[in-house]
Design a protein around this ligand. Sequence first.
Ligand SMILES: Cc1cc2nc3c(=O)[nH]c(=O)nc-3n(C[C@H](O)[C@H](O)[C@H](O)COP(=O)(O)OP(=O)(O)OC[C@H]3O[C@@H](n4cnc5c(N)ncnc54)[C@H](O)[C@@H]3O)c2cc1C
Length: 432
Amino acid sequence: MAEKHFKYVILGGGVSAGYAAREFAKQGVKPHELAIISKEAVAPYERPALSKAYLFPENPARLPGFHVCVGSGGERLPPEWYSGKGIELILSTEIVKADLASKTLTSAAGDTFKYHTLIIATGSTVIRLTDFKVQGADAKNIFYLREIDDADKLYEAIKAKKNGKAVVVGGGYIGLELSAVLKINNFDVSMVYPEPWCMPRLFTSGIAAFYEGYYSIKGIKIIKGTVATGFISNADGEVTEVQLKDGRSLEADIVVVGVGGRPLTTLFKGQVEEDKGGIKTDAFFKTSVPDVYAVGDVATFPLKLYNDVRRVEHVDHARKSAEQAVKAILSEGKSNDEYDYLPFFYSRAFELSWQFYGDNVGETVLFGNNDPEAPKPKFGTYWIKDGKVVGAFLEGGSPDENKAIAKVARVQPPVSSLTELEKDGLSFASKI
Ligand SMILES: Cc1cc2nc3c(=O)[nH]c(=O)nc-3n(C[C@H](O)[C@H](O)[C@H](O)COP(=O)(O)OP(=O)(O)OC[C@H]3O[C@@H](n4cnc5c(N)ncnc54)[C@H](O)[C@@H]3O)c2cc1C
């Protein structure tokens, strides 16, 4: 079995890995010092594309079109970019053992990789209904979406079951984006989720009412307050029906499940300090183990703005945390600025596009026109805590308006009257 040595190893080949590689190159990493080891067969790409343009019926996004760093307006890094820089991309290679004490990673094929500095960038994995032993959940045509292989399988099924019926289990990001893309593919779509409204972790009932109304107008059936308890399949093992806890059942040619994820930290259990389900880091993404860093979805880091520690599963943080870690690794003791992150989440579906900045705590004020029938809906919400605006959401904003809500969330201006704030709406942000 082969043994390879590198000065720097990034474990995981997703968003963080790609942005880290770009930062390493910017800072002048020498050829053959850096390796990226990834279970996936392709170079790092912008993962959010998988639930959006990748599944479009016409001109779907395909690699190399969405390799990092195009998602943030940067240079696209195809596989040749890595070879040109002497960065080794070790693909289709799953690491099954990580021994942080001896600085050794072992692959499923038995190869070993030694490093001086490790960046853990393993991201998240999906929660499966089979994890909860839901009856029939192992039927064919029940899909999850995390990696490009999953997206390819779903794309094939969309083609094979043309104009069929789809049931989407889960009302979060993935559920909302996939319901939209299945509808665009002319599927008859039903969404099922237990909560009283979609995306309850971020959306207020007022925000959710707009999206649920909009989706209904598009012909998507929304079934709330219940869960999938079983699946019936045909003689070929393909799913045909979803049974719900409330006794109803839904016909299905395809089922897509988006019920959440969990950070991939198992390889490091007992070897590194953890917090809030992730690997605990400092403001430079250094873990409790010397020469080991953790970035992206797996890192639980100090969120300076709120004097708190958080784990964030969003692409903007994956990019920025990776860059921060690499700067810290290469600065050799020189002091860098602490990570001072402003949480930023976004999503796009149909013609809609929203952005959220800051923290969604405290009282809320809804402003603008959230009528789902409006030709160009534009509305938002502010979150107010201790008399200050701490979070802002905007649907349909222009780049300048999105910049304005980002500024509000960062500056946290005081508010004297919620009624005035509601009346001022977006102009409150524009004046900051
Ligand atoms: C379908 C989808 C749509 C999304 N859309 C949005 C969006 O619109 N907006 C937003 O803000 N965020 C979105 N996200 C979240 C965002 O993509 C993630 O937060 C981001 O990708 C995290 O980056 P990461 O580098 O930590 O992990 P990932 O990008 O997930 O990369 C992890 C990599 O590690 C590899 N890996 C894991 N374990 C091993 C192992 N043992 N051995 C070898 N390799 C391993 C994986 O194969 C993968 O390549 C979306 C996520 C998904 C799945």
